[in-house]
Design a protein around this ligand. Structure first.
Ligand SMILES: *Cc1c(COP(=O)(O)O)cnc(C)c1O
Length: 434
C-alpha cells in the first residue's frame, strides 16, 4: 500500500461504492395509482378549476408547504422553470439587472435572461461559497431589480446581510435552494429566506421525481403570478380579473401527476436521508480536517447545511503539491459509485467554471445575433463579464476547492473510512507527486 495508485500502486479500494437509492415500493405504488386513474396530468390552460393542476399536484403542493412551513408551494417541471417563473413574478423587466453568483448551475444565471434582464455577477464568500454581501452591494446600480441568492452545496446564503441590502435598495430576493432542501437558517428552512424559493427534484438532488421543481413563497400575489406563468398565463387572464399584465407571458412549466405522486413519497423520505448525509459529512469534516492542507466545510452561525456536495478547501502552499494533482491521486485510489458508473469517481477538483466565463456571456450573445439583451436600447448599463471580475470564485475554482459525493446514504462508516484512507495515503506520499 505504499505506492500511490496514480503511480502504479494498489488502490485503497476497488469495490464500487453503494448507489444512492431512494426510489422504492412507495413510489411504485404511487405511480401505479396514477396510471390506474388514466389521468396523467390534470392541468387545463384556462381560468377553470383545473387551471391549478390535478389532485396529485395539489396534494404535493399542500404537503410541501406544510413541511417547509410556508404559505404557498407551486409545483413546476424543473427548478430551471421555477427560477424563470420566479424572476418573472417579481416583475423583472427588460433592461433591469439581477445580481447572481458565478458559482452555481448555469440555470440560475440564465433565468433573468428569459425576461430580457441582464445578469450581474457578484463574488463569493471565501469560506461560505455563497454570495458575498460586500460584493453584492458594490454591484447594485439604479437598474438592479432583484438578487438571486443560491444556497450553494446546501449552505444557506447570508440571509441577514443580503436581505438587509434588499430592503435598503428595494430589491426582491429569489432563493435558489435546489441544493438545500432541509437546510435551515435561524430556525427557518432554506427556500423561505427570501421572497421566493426554488427547489429542484431532478435525479441528482436529495429527493427526486425524474424532473421537477417547487417554488415557495408566503406572498399571495407572487404565488398567483408564478401559477400564471406556469400555465400559459395569457390564456387565463381574460376571466381572472387580473389587470397587471407585466410578464404575463405564460409557459408550460406544469408538473405531471406521475412526478407529483413520486415527489410526495420523496418528501416523506427527506427527514430520513438528510440527517444521514449530515452525519457522514460531520465525520468526514473531522477526519479530513486533520490533514494540514485541508479545511473542513465552514457553516455560518445559525445555519445547518444539507450537503448536496461536500465542499472542502485545499491549501497548495501547505501541501507543496497542486490541488489538481492531489485530487487526481485521491481519485485513483477510489472506485466509482453504483448507478453513476459513467461519471467516474464522484470527487472533483473545483465545482464549475465561473458562469460568466461561458461563451454566451463572453460573446454577449443570447437572443439572436444582435447581442440582445446585453446590448439593447432599454439597457443603460455596461456590465462586465471579463475574467477577473470575481477573483474569489476564480481562485476557488482554479486551485482551492474540491467537492465530492462520497457520503450519500447508504454510505456506512467503512465506506467513509476508505475515503479517509485514500486522502491520508496521498497526503503521506504527496512528495512522490512532485
Ligand atoms: C440542480 C440545480 C438547478 C436546476 O435544477 P433543475 O431541476 O434540473 O432545473 C438550479 N440551480 C441549482 C443551484 C441546482 O443545483
Amino acid at each position: 500500500m505504499s505506492t500511490l495508485a496514480l503511480l502504479g500502486g494498489t488502490p485503497v479500494r476497488t469495490e464500487k461504492f453503494p448507489g444512492y437509492r431512494v426510489i422504492g415500493q412507495e413510489e411504485k405504488d404511487a405511480t401505479a395509482r396514477v396510471i390506474d386513474s388514466g389521468v396523467l396530468s390534470g392541468f387545463i390552460a384556462g381560468w377553470h378549476e383545473n387551471f391549478w393542476g390535478g389532485p396529485e399536484v395539489r396534494a404535493l403542493e399542500e404537503e410541501w408547504a406544510a413541511h417547509f412551513r410556508v404559505k404557498h408551494a407551486i409545483a413546476v417541471n424543473s427548478a430551471t422553470s421555477g427560477l424563470m417563473a420566479a424572476v418573472g413574478a417579481v416583475g423583472v423587466e427588460p433592461g433591469d439587472e439581477v445580481i447572481v453568483p458565478p458559482y452555481t448551475m448555469s440555470a440560475t444565471a440564465v433565468a433573468p435572461l428569459v425576461w430580457n434582464a441582464v445578469p450581474v455577477f457578484a463574488d463569493l464568500e471565501p469560506r461560505g461559497f455563497c454570495l458575498d454581501p460586500v460584493s453584492v452591494e458594490a454591484r447594485i446600480t439604479p437598474r438592479t431589480r432583484a438578487i438571486l441568492a443560491v444556497d450553494i452545496f446546501g449552505h444557506p446564503y447570508d440571509a441577514e446581510a443580503i436581505n438587509a441590502l434588499a430592503r435598503k435598495y428595494g430589491l426582491a430576493v429569489i432563493e435558489d435552494c435546489a441544493q438545500a432542501p432541509g437546510a435551515t437558517y435561524r430556525g427557518r428552512f432554506a427556500g423561505t429566506l427570501g421572497n421566493l424559493g426554488v427547489f429542484s427534484l431532478n435525479f441528482h438532488k436529495h429527493i427526486h421525481c425524474g424532473e421537477g421543481g417547487v417554488v415557495v413563497t408566503d406572498d399571495d400575489d407572487l404565488a398567483l403570478r408564478v401559477r400564471l406563468i406556469r400555465n400559459h398565463a395569457e390564456s387565463s387572464l381574460d376571466n381572472s380579473g387580473i389587470t397587471d399584465l407585466r410578464n404575463m407571458v405564460g409557459f408550460n412549466f406544469r408538473m405531471t401527476e406521475l412526478e407529483a405522486a413520486v415527489a410526495r413519497c420523496q418528501l416523506r423520505k427527506l427527514d430520513r436521508v438528510l440527517p444521514e448525509r449530515q452525519e457522514n459529512c460531520a465525520y468526514l469534516n473531522a477526519r479530513l480536517g486533520e490533514i494540514p492542507a485541508i479545511s473542513p466545510t465552514w457553516v455560518r452561525e445559525g445555519a445547518t447545511h444539507s450537503y448536496y456536495f461536500h465542499a472542502l478547501t485545499f491549501d497548495e502552499g501547505v501541501a507543496g503539491v497542486s490541488r489538481n494533482r492531489f485530487i487526481d491521486a485521491v481519485r485513483a485510489e477510489l472506485p466509482v459509485t453504483e448507478l453513476r458508473e459513467k461519471e467516474g469517481v464522484n470527487l472533483r477538483s473545483g465545482y464549475v467554471k465561473p458562469v460568466y466565463l461561458l461563451p454566451m456571456f463572453q460573446e454577449r450573445q443570447a437572443y439572436g445575433s444582435k447581442h440582445c439583451p446585453f446590448v439593447a436600447p432599454w439597457h443603460e448599463g455596461n456590465v462586465s463579464y471579463a475574467p477577473g471580475i470575481c477573483p474569489v470564485c476564480e481562485r476557488l475554482q482554479s486551485s482551492e476547492i474540491f467537492v465530492h459525493e462520497l457520503m450519500r446514504p447508504p454510505f456506512r462508516r467503512e465506506d467513509l473510512d476508505d475515503v479517509v484512507r485514500a486522502f491520508e495515503k496521498v497526503w503521506e506520499h504527496r512528495k512522490d507527486l512532485a
